[in-house]
Design a protein around this ligand. Structure first.
Ligand SMILES: *Cc1c(COP(=O)(O)O)cnc(C)c1O
Length: 386
């Protein structure tokens, strides 16, 4: 009779009912194309798009004109990295990034290396943090872009973005931030943090899948990028294609909810995470926390359960949706490169589980999770001892 417990909110989040409600009229009633300039249906759609742009801009403290809609953070990241590389070729070809970035950044960097770019992949300390001084030292005359994520999707670690932004601006290098995990959950201020390009995803913040945004700074400095999708000249030619108005409205509404609710939600979710960690630590010896103890997303808990393999643990708890510290790459299971970058052993990485707590989780679900995880770990450890 017990229902499933969703604790994988770093993979994706459910759409908030308020978001869905805001979206619905734009499927059936207000179905105009926002690019239709000469009739009512187009105007209504265009107005909705502009309100959404404003809602995103308010959340990250940018101007509306600096927001471009994309299909998600992966596209935003591609547009930022490739767009800058192609536009600033004459100034240089060097990119600085971090070993623990999301694959959307790392795979794009590998592709850019094949096109003649040089990429520096900075290492992190044992807690997952990158030292801003390492960024400063990595910058050369040929560096055009630094790309660092705000919050990590596996271990939740929050990088010192403001300090890195300051260094980038002192050195006249553009700064891109993958903020897919942080926007809506942590304060993001592109002015204070001196960010030039910022990638956002709606489905990580209770909005719909298939929509994201890229912030592109217009002043101090004015960032220019080469469009990657052409045809029609929508969004000032930076990203052509008819805008998916219902999704755009959904992203806007998700941002609006975050503006008013972020602080209290972070507190509530942090309390649930502490409850989970305390409950598990009390019953399971030798738990290992992956990532910095405090400088992490409120909802993220990544733990290694020495002696019980992550995959087996997950299989043993079909009612709990979590994720392991490993990834399937071409059908072989490899330990997570993020956990390896922290200096974890293969065994520690294979025994890792990521718990992602979100807006709709309850204290009762956390209690049940503690109960189920403890029982499953004990059962597996007993089996392994035989
Ligand atoms: C989910 C995620 C992405 C990719 O976002 P999509 O919108 O799914 O393309 C990029 N970076 C991080 C850190 C993420 O968590």
């Amino acid at each position: 009779m017990h229902s499933k417990i969703y604790l994988d909110n770093q993979a994706t989040t459910p759409v908030d009912p308020r978001v869905l409600e805001a979206m619905l009229p734009y499927f059936t009633e207000h179905y105009g194309n926002p690019a239709s300039r000469n009739h009512y249906f187009g105007w209504v759609a265009d107005e909705a798009v502009e309100i959404a742009r404003e809602q995103i801009a308010t959340l990250i403290r940018s101007a509306e004109k600096e927001i471009y809609f994309t299909s998600g953070a992966t596209e935003s990241i591609n547009l930022a990295l490739r767009g800058v590389v192609e536009m600033y070729r004459k100034q240089g070809n060097h990119i600085v990034t971090v070993a623990t970035e999301h694959k959307a950044v790392l795979d794009t960097c590998v592709d850019l290396e094949q096109q003649g770019c040089a990429v520096t992949y900075l290492s992190v300390d044992r807690t997952g943090l990158v030292d801003p001084e390492k960024v400063r030292k990595a910058i050369t005359d040929r560096t055009i872009l630094v790309s660092v994520m705000h919050a990590n999707n596996e271990i939740g670690v929050v990088q010192p973005i403001g300090e890195i932004g300051k260094i980038c601006h002192e050195q006249d290098v553009l700064f891109h931030v993958d903020a897919a995990q942080s926007v809506g959950k942590l304060p993001v201020d592109v002015q204070k943090m001196q960010i030039d390009l910022l990638s956002v995803s709606a489905h990580k913040m209770y909005g719909p899948k298939g929509i994201g945004a890229l912030y592109i700074r217009r002043k101090h400095p004015r960032v220019r990028i080469k469009p990657q999708i052409t045809g029609g000249g929508h969004q000032r030619g930076i990203r052509s294609g008819t805008l998916p108005v219902p999704l755009v409205v959904g992203l806007g509404e998700a941002c609006k909810i975050a503006v008013s609710g972020m602080e209290s939600e972070a507190k509530r979710i942090l309390a649930l995470r502490e409850k989970l960690y305390t409950g598990l630590s009390a019953e399971i010896p030798n738990l290992l926390l992956n990532g910095h103890p405090d400088r992490r997303l409120p909802g993220n808990l990544n733990l290694s359960f020495g002696g019980a393999e992550g995959e087996a643990l997950i299989m043993g708890m079909p009612d709990i949706a979590v994720s392991t510290g490993s990834a399937c790459t071409s059908s072989i299971i490899a330990p997570s490169y993020v956990l390896k970058a922290l200096g974890r052993t293969d065994d520690q990485a294979y025994s890792a589980i990521r718990f992602g707590i979100g807006r709709f989780n309850t204290a009762e679900e956390i209690d049940r999770t503690i109960d189920i995880v403890v029982k499953t770990v004990n059962r597996l450890k007993k089996l392994n001892r035989k």
